[in-house]
Design a protein around this ligand. Structure first.
Ligand code: FAD
Ligand code: NAP
Length: 322
């Protein structure tokens, strides 16, 4: 068991955490950044990124995140492969514990733990995960070359996943519970123009059925959200793309969260309900949820943290914590 001590401790290696690290390191804070189970964050699960400024040609999500990590290290961040499982924000410095028992002590803490895929919550979905049901078309789409696939959802992720799957399949069905999509217009235009994709409106998935040995997905049972009528759709692969949960369970009872579980921050800043703890990226932002906004709030968190370190009376804070 090792104890790691730093002025600036950062949780999360997505665009928010890595941007905070770049700013923190350049201010001489020698940050330690704990990467979690998904080094690079959500963008490592996608391919084409064409809305991150600075690149005239389309870039790849995993490549962008590798570059950000290399930049953070280059300017003086220590990147650690660990996942935090315990936090104590009542003592100063803050004390966090990794899943192997390592202890992390930080004068300030920047939380950039992002978000995780949401599932429909069906028993048959759980049973069929890895047997045809997935939450990542860019990871698993390749396995369904020339087969029938379905995507569930109506946001940017669902539309992008449906478009991506047309690289592998000529038979892609997008299933959405309403009669209009939430996705950006440019993506909708591409979707509707693609002859390999059809959209099934006003339907929700009731069950996933499999057959064979080893068992593999064959059919989705659908219910019409207006009439209740049941129908079925043949599919070899189904991709659930209905959004994400903020990764904040660790902070329940320690930081103020909103009704949806996002970390609450003071308006116009990244300050949380505990002085010296800052939050950035998707973990505190349910409106924009973009790489560029995550990076922007990561920068804000580092600047807020630097200001706090320069101004805070640590003796008083330690006394107040006792
Ligand atoms: P995340 O990227 O979610 O990173 C969270 C980090 O926290 C991870 O590294 C994880 O390992 C770590 N972590 C979690 N828990 C712990 C813990 N307990 N201890 C330590 N670390 C922990 N946005 C765009 O701008 N353009 C796009 O083209 C685009 N495409 C997308 C495609 C897909 C399929 C998806 C799902 C999202 C896409 N987005 C896109 C949105 C974008 O990826 C997110 O807005 C962005 O990644 C959020 O960054 P983040 O740093 O807040 O969190
Ligand atoms: P999202 O925008 O929250 O959309 C989720 C979709 O799933 C909605 O259409 C929703 O339906 C549907 N849904 C939710 N729960 C459902 C359920 N239980 N059953 C059936 N359908 C359900 O999530 P997202 O598409 O993952 O996008 C997340 C964020 O990342 C967004 O801010 C998005 O802009 C961003 N993102 C950006 C890009 C890009 O810029 N290229 C790409 C991907 C993601 P309703 O519409 O009926 O609510």
């Amino acid at each position: 068991m090792t104890t790691h001590t730093t002025r600036m401790l950062i949780l999360g290696s997505g665009p928010a955490g890595l941007s905070a690290a770049i700013y923190g390191a350049r201010a001489g804070m020698k940050p330690i950044l704990v990467q979690g189970i998904q080094p690079g964050g959500q963008l490592t699960t996608t391919t084409d990124v064409e809305n991150y400024p600075g690149f005239r040609n389309v870039i790849q999500g995993p490549w962008l995140m590798e570059e950000m990590a290399a930049q953070a290290e280059h300017v003086g961040t220590t990147l650690v492969y660990d996942t935090i499982v315990e936090v104590d924000l009542s003592q100063r410095p803050f004390r966090l514990v990794g899943d192997g028992g390592d202890v992390y002590l930080g004068d300030v803490l920047i939380v950039a733990t992002g978000a995780q895929a949401k599932w429909l919550g069906l028993d048959s979905e759980e049973a069929m995960k890895g047997k045809g049901v997935s939450a990542c078309a860019t990871c698993d789409g390749f396995f369904y070359r020339g087969k029938k696939v379905a995507v569930i959802g109506g946001g940017n992720t669902a539309v992008e996943e449906a478009l991506y799957l047309t690289n592998h399949s000529d038979d892609v069905t997008l299933i959405h519970r309403r009669d209009s999509l939430r996705a950006e217009k440019i993506l909708q235009d591409r979707l509707f123009a693609n002859p390999k994709i059809r959209v099934v409106w006003n339907k929700e998935v009731r069950n996933f059925y499999g057959a064979g040995k080893p068992e593999a997905l064959t059919t989705l049972e659908l219910a019409d959200t207006k009439t209740g009528q049941i129908s079925s759709l043949a599919a070899d692969g189904a991709f659930v793309a209905i959004g994400h949960h903020p990764a904040t369970e660790l902070f329940r009872g320690h930081l103020k969260l909103d009704d949806d579980g996002y970390i609450e921050v003071e308006k116009g800043s990244t300050k949380t309900s505990v002085a010296g703890v800052f939050a950035c990226g998707d973990v505190m932002d349910k409106i924009y949820r973009q790489a560029i906004t995550a990076a922007g709030t990561g920068c804000m968190a580092a600047l807020d943290a630097e200001r706090f370190l320069a101004e805070a009376d640590f003796e008083k804070l330690a006394e107040a914590a006792e």
